[in-house]
Ligand binder design. Structure first.
Ligand code: NAD
Length: 292
């Protein structure tokens, strides 16, 4: 039997904890989410984030801008939010339209309100071993492993995918000299030679590739722990929407093969939102000198 690592359950626990915290204070944490354009997946993510804010009792605003919004208008908006004392966290939903430079936009967010953890100052603090806001998806993966008492100390971890939002920060977190670190991490990517040979050595495999059901039993050792970060839409005429969601790991390497695994949906996705709520809470407390 494989253990199902339910991000949904852990997110719900965290939502209860954060709601209790919010009730104890007289102020209200505030999150602003900016969505530029009409990307359908981004619209779902933004909707889920505002629903989660409602559940915990944060104030939240979703600012939807047209596809043709200029970079300078977006920078002006970020500047206004940086100055707004009621806003603790600013999140720019990516991807942005091609005419806008993502790095310029991320760098414009006040690092003290960068609850996504993508500002170079926050990434640098993580690299230096003194993290402030940790990017939500890697933080969620570590939180989930911790919740299910899956120790990483001394383990071989293979992360497939080296993006700045998932693989790279996760490799730092898991290799840090901390209780939930101390792993020997191999960061694999599109130029890794003999991926199956490398990944099959791992006790814990994290897939963050963006290719549906790419890793199979050929890559993953029997009884490894499998964390599937991937969220891919594949055509499915049996569904009303015309698509279904699937991860980066083939079902043949999950239930009955892995010792424990995350489902898609319901695994890492809900943890990402939970960590956004946590980072926003932390920002509110830091900025208002609150100690609950
Ligand atoms: P990305 O496109 O930025 O990075 C993909 C990585 O996969 C790259 O580093 C690339 O080197 C690697 N890769 C590509 N082809 C490969 C191959 N053949 N062999 C080995 N490595 C290969 O993607 P991303 O933004 O990191 O997202 C990855 C996946 O995770 C996507 O499905 C995305 O939707 C999902 N995602 C989920 C969450 C969540 O909350 N669950 C959050 C972020 C991203």
């Amino acid at each position: 039997m494989s253990t199902l690592l339910s991000g949904k359950d852990v997110r719900n626990l965290l939502i209860s904890e954060l709601s209790c915290n919010v009730e104890k204070i007289s102020s209200q944490p505030g999150l602003a989410v900016i969505l530029v354009g009409e990307d359908p997946a981004s619209q779902v993510y933004v909707r889920n984030k505002s629903k989660a804010c409602e559940k915990v009792g944060y104030s939240h605003q979703t600012i939807k801008l047209g596809e043709s919004t200029s970079q300078s208008d977006l920078l002006d908006l970020i500047n206004d939010l940086n100055m707004d004392p009621k806003i603790d966290g600013i999140l720019i939903q990516i991807p942005l339209p091609a005419h806008i430079c993502e790095a310029t936009i991320q760098n414009a967010v006040d690092p003290a309100k960068d609850v996504d953890g993508f500002h170079p100052e926050n990434l640098g603090m993580l690299l230096a071993g003194n993290p402030r806001y940790i990017p939500c998806t890697p933080k969620g993966v570590v939180h989930l492993l911790n919740h299910y008492n899956i120790s990483t100390s001394g383990k071989n971890v293979a992360i497939v995918g080296r993006s700045v939002i998932v693989g790279r920060p996760l490799s730092m977190l898991l290799s840090m000299k901390t209780e939930m670190g101390n792993a020997t991490v191999t960061l694999c990517h599109s130029r890794t030679t003999d991926l199956a040979e490398v990944v099959s050595q791992a006790d814990i495999v994290v897939a963050a590739i963006g290719i549906p059901e790419f890793l199979t039993r050929e890559h993953i050792a029997k009884d490894a722990v499998v964390i599937d970060v991937g969220i891919n839409r594949v055509k499915d005429s049996a569904k009303k929407s015309g698509f279904r969601l699937t991860g980066d790991v083939h079902p043949n390497a999950l239930d009955g093969w892995a010792s424990a695994y995350t489902p898609v949906p319901g695994g890492v996705g809900p943890m990402t939102i939970a960590m956004l709520l946590q980072n926003t809470w932390d920002s509110h407390c830091l900025r208002n000198d609150i100690d609950v």
